[in-house]
Structure formats: structure tokens, C-alpha cells
Design a protein around this ligand. Structure first.
Ligand SMILES: [Zn+2]
Length: 306
């Protein structure tokens, strides 16, 4: 058995080293984000790059990206992370709070949190545990700091859904529970939401199909009038074939590694030869790109300013 004092000093050194590396990771993530390297490598977001390429878990990637963004606004907090008095959990939570609070204020037409306020809040988190941090944030702005809406897949094939419901919503749900008791005899929220989802799908489904018929009729009419003109308008049948050909996902590929983005989120139809340069709106000249890669290629082509 080794001497306890030696082991203790070794682990203290290793932890200090770990924190230094952690901070280095945050700085490098910032560089990768600023220079758009993750886009070039075929990832639709920095989060996907951190999870898929660096192998971080979703939580670990989120903590690092949020902490990196906190340091962007408040670089002085770097030394607190390095000395261990500000954990990544607390830093990330504080940054998420700033973002949500600014968003809420913007929607209310109010001024964003000022830099001195952010500094004051962040400094008050030094040495705080996660529980203390959450408590402080709820005191500052209960509407923003209450637990965020989230879903988590459980091993049973079920999903845990968490959100905080306002009193009005709870009253509506309780009322619906009573009204639909014959379809949901055990009175569970899961049962109630399933009954409501079935009802909504039936209703929205029939409305959508009516709208689709009307739109198809309108499309056929407008295509015939613009047929000969060069247009950005993409007829439905071309959209369908491009979507099928590209497998319903972003086709951006990193030229060096052939890594394909493959995102199925926020897809757009992108002109391979830009429309502004005379590119046609044809199946051969269109491709599916996620929003991030559509913007990224447009910037590379100098079509929009970075
Ligand atoms: Zn993409």
C-alpha cells in the first residue's frame, strides 16, 4: 500500500491538471464555433460535433458549450473554473438562465440583462452548489429559473416528460380529466394526454387534408402561368423527387473526410449553382441542406456576409 500523503498529493495534482484541460477544451470549442469548423466538418451544430466527434454525452456537451458561452460574455470567470470554485454545472446553468431571461425580456419589449448585472449574478455563483445556484436564480426570476421543459428516454421504452404547468393549465387539465373520465378511467395524466392527442390528430388531420387539396389546386394553376419564367418557385413534384433522392436529410459533406451531415432537422432546398448566378430551379440543381449548412454554403459563396 502506498503512503496516503503521496496518493493524496497525486490526486490533487491530477485534478488541477484536469481543470486546466477542461478550460482548454472550452477555449478550443469557442474557436471551433467562431470559425465554423464544425460546419465544414459536416456537423449541423456545435452540440452534434461535441457528442458525435468528441464522444461527450449530451449532458457533458451541453455543460461545456454553455460554460464556453458564459466565458464569451464574462471572460473573468475562467480563473474561477480553473481554480474549481465555479463548476461547469453551475456555469452552464447560469448561462442558460441568462439566455432564457434575455429571451423573455425581449418578448416583453424590456431591456436585456446588463453586463454589470450578469457579472454580479455570475460572481454570486462562485462557490455555490447546483442547488444553491438554482435557488438564487429562482429568487431573481422565478418565471425563467423554474425547471426547463425536457424529455428523457427511459429504458422501458417510455419517455419521461417534465415541464412546469401554470395554474390555468392545471385547472384546464383537471376539468378535462373529469369530462373525459369515461375514456381515461384511472385519471392519469398519461391517459388524459393520449385521449387528447387522439382527438387533436383526428381534427388537425382532417383540416390539413382539406387545406392540401385547396393548395394543390392553387399550385397547378400558378405553375401554368409561371412555367416559362425563371423562378425560385419549386414545384411540388420537384421537391418530392429531390427529397426522395437525398433520403430526406442534409447532403452537406466534408470534402476532406466525406463525413455527411445527415441532419433531418430544419431542411431547406438549396440551389447547387446559386440562383443568383443563373442556377436553375431543377431537380439536378437542387439539394437538401439543413438550415446551418444552407447558410454556411451561401457564406462560402459570398452570397451573404458572415
Ligand atoms: Zn447539414
Amino acid at each position: 500500500m502506498r503512503n496516503r500523503q503521496i496518493v493524496l498529493s497525486e490526486i490533487q495534482n491530477a485534478v488541477a491538471h484536469e481543470r486546466k484541460s477542461q478550460l482548454r477544451v472550452l477555449h478550443l470549442l469557442r474557436e471551433i464555433e467562431c470559425d465554423g469548423h464544425y460546419l465544414e466538418m459536416g456537423y449541423p451544430s456545435l452540440f452534434e460535433f461535441a457528442t458525435q466527434s468528441l464522444g461527450y454525452s449530451a449532458g457533458a456537451a451541453h455543460r461545456r458549450i454553455q460554460s464556453m458561452r458564459l466565458l464569451k460574455t464574462l471572460p473573468e470567470m475562467a480563473s474561477k473554473i480553473e481554480e474549481g470554485s465555479l463548476s461547469l454545472c453551475v456555469a452552464a446553468k447560469t448561462q442558460s438562465f441568462f439566455k432564457s431571461e434575455d429571451k423573455k425580456r425581449k418578448s416583453e419589449g424590456a431591456a436585456k440583462l446588463s453586463l454589470p448585472t450578469k457579472q454580479e449574478i455570475a460572481h454570486s455563483m462562485v462557490g455555490a452548489s447546483m442547488r444553491e445556484c438554482e435557488k438564487k436564480l429562482v429568487e431573481i426570476s422565478p418565471a425563467t429559473a423554474l425547471p426547463a421543459e425536457k424529455t428523457r428516454e427511459l429504458s422501458t421504452g417510455k419517455t419521461l416528460i417534465q415541464f412546469s404547468a401554470a395554474q390555468e393549465l392545471m385547472e384546464k387539465l383537471e376539468k378535462l380529466k373529469e369530462m373525459l373520465a369515461h375514456q381515461n378511467p384511472d385519471g392519469s395524466y398519461e391517459g388524459l394526454i393520449e385521449v387528447l392527442a387522439d382527438m387533436a390528430l383526428k381534427k388537425v388531420g382532417s383540416e390539413k387534408s382539406a387545406q392540401k387539396t385547396a393548395k394543390n389546386n392553387a399550385d397547378t394553376a400558378s405553375v401554368s402561368t409561371v412555367e416559362k419564367e425563371r423562378s425560385r418557385y419549386i414545384p411540388v413534384e420537384i421537391k418530392r423527387s429531390v427529397f426522395a433522392r437525398d433520403g430526406g436529410c442534409c447532403t452537406y459533406e466534408d470534402k476532406k473526410t466525406a463525413k455527411r451531415c445527415g441532419s433531418r432537422f430544419a431542411l431547406e432546398y438549396d440551389h447547387i449553382k446559386p440562383f443568383a448566378w443563373g442556377g436553375e430551379t431543377s431537380e439536378a440543381n437542387l439539394t437538401l441542406r439543413c438550415r446551418s449548412h444552407n447558410v454556411y454554403t451561401a457564406k462560402k459563396q459570398g452570397l451573404i456576409r458572415s
